[in-house]
Design a protein around this ligand. Sequence first.
Ligand code: CMX
Length: 134
Amino acid sequence: MKVSRIEHLRVAVQKIEDALPFFQDVLGLEVYKTEVVEDQKVKTAFLKVGEVKIELLEPTSPDSTVQKFLDKGGRGVHHVAFKVEDGVTEALAVCDAKGVRLIDKAIRQGADGLHIAFLHPKSTCGILTELCEE
Ligand code: CMX
């Protein structure tokens, strides 16, 4: 597998508007778009630091996995997404062969036009990990 860079970090927040004073007014970053991902029950606000996106993730429903994460006391970075040059399908096969627990057994559509798949945090040093390709 060839990981070329961190594509984005997603930060779980209860309300995007409550997080903006830090990200916008203190760090000086700008929200350049927002997107609702219906099937994941989240709203995302996109900011950029160089090439890396920081994406604020707000649950849109009480049964969103992000709401569950927050309810269990989770805060801050919710997951890290790595861009894989040789493709997510190939990377999933490598992970599977090496015994990494897959959340997504096949590639699927994610936010921001990316094709993605998640790996379970129990297999990835506690970091919910996304593999993605454009
Ligand atoms: N980071 C690290 N660990 C996490 C986590 C996260 N974001 N979310 C859950 N966990 C941990 C829990 O703390 C728990 O650990 P303990 O057993 O030690 O308490 C464990 O994972 C729970 O695992 P589980 O019972 O298998 O699963 P859950 O029902 O809690 O769901 C997960 C966890 C990761 C499988 C689920 O959130 C998932 O499928 N995530 C992928 C999809 C996703 O996150 N979508 C939202 C974002 C969408 C987007 O960005 O577009």
